[in-house]
Ligand binder design. Structure first.
Ligand code: DX5
Ligand code: ZN
Length: 220
């Protein structure tokens, strides 16, 4: 059972100014952000490359909040152990990348950390039916994964509804996380409709007062 505050904000470092990473982390530590979201990509599952696993190790030294790792890589299983050693607190794997999803979920949980399953905008929530009681988070991608700054896909609202129904019907304690295109306009409706966690990149880091944006997102 995950016992987190209901409205969680997880800023995504993908949009941070990496030339001043320490400064950005310090800002996040001082802000109302709950977690730090780290996107790892492999140019295979998505057509982009972001951070390697070592990034998590270095960020971990300075962040005072849980690290929420989102793996957009084709075959996550071989890298889980290393990521745990480097300090990941949560690991999200994509449904689309795991042939043996149950095995990968169990493997992550055996390390005593939290696990989420992410699904792309075109993937139906119902495909999570058999594993919904084994996971801590359902991560609904509200953009096609790979890049920050994309437009929010409105169909996400009906997927939140589907996720809520599945969670209730199976008596699961999974929380619903939304990733992609979250802004100060849709955050209110996302929380209102049942999202528990909002990941946000460009909305936070392109603003001149990112701390204020984080607070606005949280109390929207
Ligand atoms: C996209 C990543 C997101 C991204 C969100 O594939 O998973 O976490 O950083 O960025 P914004 O909020 O700008 O859409
Ligand atoms: Zn992400």
């Amino acid at each position: 059972m995950v016992k987190y505050e209901k409205r969680i904000i997880a800023p995504s470092l993908l949009s941070a100014n990496l030339s001043f990473l320490y400064k950005e982390i310090k800002m996040l530590n001082e802000s109302k952000a709950d977690w730090i979201h780290v996107d790892i990509m492999d140019s295979s599952f998505v057509s982009n490359i972001s951070f390697g696993f070592l990034f998590v190790k270095h960020v971990k030294k300075y962040v005072s909040k849980p690290i929420d790792v989102h793996l957009m890589i084709s075959d996550p299983y071989p890298y889980i152990k290393q990521l745990v050693e480097y300090g990941a607190d949560h690991i999200h794997i994509h449904y689309e990348t795991c042939i043996n999803l149950n095995r990968t979920i169990t493997y992550i949980k055996n390390y005593g950390i939290k696990v989420g399953v992410a699904i792309n905008p075109h993937t139906p929530v119902l495909l999570l039916k058999e594993i919904i009681n084994d996971i801590d988070f359902v991560l609904l991608m509200s953009v096609n994964p790979g890049f920050s700054g994309q437009k929010f896909i409105k169909n996400t609202y009906s997927k939140i509804e589907d996720a809520k129904n599945l969670i209730i019907s199976k008596r699961s304690s999974a929380l619903i996380e939304i990733d992609g295109g979250v802004d100060l306009e849709n955050s209110f409706f996302l929380f209102k409709n049942g999202a528990n966690i909002l990941v946000s990149g460009s909305t936070i880091f392109t603003d001149s007062n990112p701390k204020e944006v984080i607070s606005k997102l949280k109390y929207s």
